[in-house]
Design a protein around this ligand. Structure first.
Ligand code: ADP
Ligand code: MG
Length: 363
């Protein structure tokens, strides 16, 4: 495809898929102004949004530097997604300190005292390209590096556990049955090789090499290796106490940070991630909630997605992104903004959002 053909294709997508942020913010003159090599690089970054017009973002960074190098293209998309106006400076601040703020879902309704809660951060180490541009060898090297860190983490009684690899021939390899069981229990990530967005971006290449998961003995602290980001570090608990959930993650993250090379960060965007939707705190905090009235018993999420959007929340199905609602209208709710908001603000938004949706559900 020549540059002009590419430009024409994106122009078409802009008309047919107005939600595609890559197409919405693609600046034709900027693209023409780039030299051949830069144009090739940018084409790789936006390939997924071109091949998958229904993409929400439509771009994945291949290297941490891409966010600076291609800022004229990426910055407007990032601001659009995270709701940051053009003139406002972006400076990602971190704050894990509750300052006495209590976010216990049981205070909303005693029926919410035992929901499934999850909070994860996305992190990439600065010594490797981002997953879309890694070689098979680099994927396996990264997994080795992570496995070494887990060996040390295991010495800490609070985080002791084991590493489960799906890399063929790995000393930690688990079989297909065990892998499936872990996916069904929502701990392990799905087979990425069937994901059209990740395929085009190169993120799922060499599947399943370099992929695995660390799980603590009590199974509430987990680390994914080799998914959409090098590492997805998370806490998962049943209950209603979001403070305890976030605290568990914060402690584990601090321990791991000491055991790994520095994470890739950007002065304005905070933590660097493959997908621009995850920049900033890199935090996605979610609840699995049953909302039968708002979802027609799980049959239709359209109305709920609309209502949730107005509250700054995103709705996913019970099996994660691009999945359907579960039994009884079980959905995944999470605050959409991750950039320019602190960890504690995200916790608060999840709590307030859950309260608002619950009031609508039970009205
Ligand atoms: P992310 O992109 O934030 O890592 P995904 O949407 O890919 O999350 O989902 C990953 C897995 O985590 C899926 O199995 C999903 O059902 C599960 N999950 C997400 N939130 C929760 C939650 N609050 N409780 C239990 N499982 C969850
Ligand atoms: Mg995901």
């Amino acid at each position: 495809m020549t540059p002009e053909q590419l430009i024409a294709r994106i122009r078409t997508i802009r008309g047919t898929s107005p939600g595609n942020l890559m197409a919405r913010h693609f600046d034709e003159d900027y693209f023409r102004s780039l030299d051949d090599q830069s144009r090739q690089r940018l084409r790789r970054i936006i390939a997924s949004g071109i091949e998958n017009p229904d993409s929400q973002m439509g771009a994945y960074a291949m290297n941490p530097e891409d966010y600076d190098r291609f800022a004229p293209m990426l910055d407007p998309m990032i601001r659009d997604f995270h709701g940051i106006p053009a003139q406002t400076a972006i400076a990602q601040k971190h704050d894990w300190d509750t300052g006495g703020m209590s976010c216990d879902l049981a205070a909303i309704d005693s029926r919410l005292k035992d929901v499934s809660m999850r909070v994860r951060v996305a992190r990439n180490v600065s010594t490797f390209p981002l997953p879309g541009a890694m070689s098979k060898e680099q994927r396996v090297d990264l997994e080795r590096l992570a496995a070494q860190a887990f060996t040390r983490l295991r010495e800490d009684p609070a985080f002791g556990g084991h590493y489960l690899s799906i890399t063929p021939g790995s000393p930690d390899e688990i079989d297909a049955t065990e892998y499936d069981r872990r996916v069904k229990s929502h701990q392990m990530f799905k087979d990425m090789s069937g994901d059209p967005y990740l395929n085009v971006a190169g993120i799922s290449a060499d599947w399943p090499y370099g992929r695995g998961m660390y799980v603590s003995r009590d199974e509430d602290f987990l680390v994914w290796v080799g998914e959409e980001d090098h590492l997805r570090i998370m806490a998962m608990q049943h209950g209603g106490n979001l403070n305890a959930l976030f605290e568990r993650l914060r402690n584990g993250l601090e321990r791991l940070r000491d055991l790994l090379p520095a994470f890739a960060t950007s002065p304005c965007y905070g933590n660097v991630t493959s997908c621009p939707t995850n920049l900033g705190a890199g935090v996605r905090a979610s609840l699995h909630m049953r909302l039968p009235a708002l979802t027609e018993n799980g049959r239709d999420l359209t109305g709920l997605k609309h209502q949730a959007k107005a509250l700054g929340l995103a709705i996913r199905g019970a099996g994660g992104e691009h999945s359907d609602a579960g039994e009884g209208g079980l959905v995944d709710i999470s605050p959409s903004a991750r950039l320019g908001v602190t960890e504690m603000e995200i916790m608060r938004r999840l709590y307030d959002g859950a309260a608002a949706l619950w009031a609508m559900e039970t009205a």
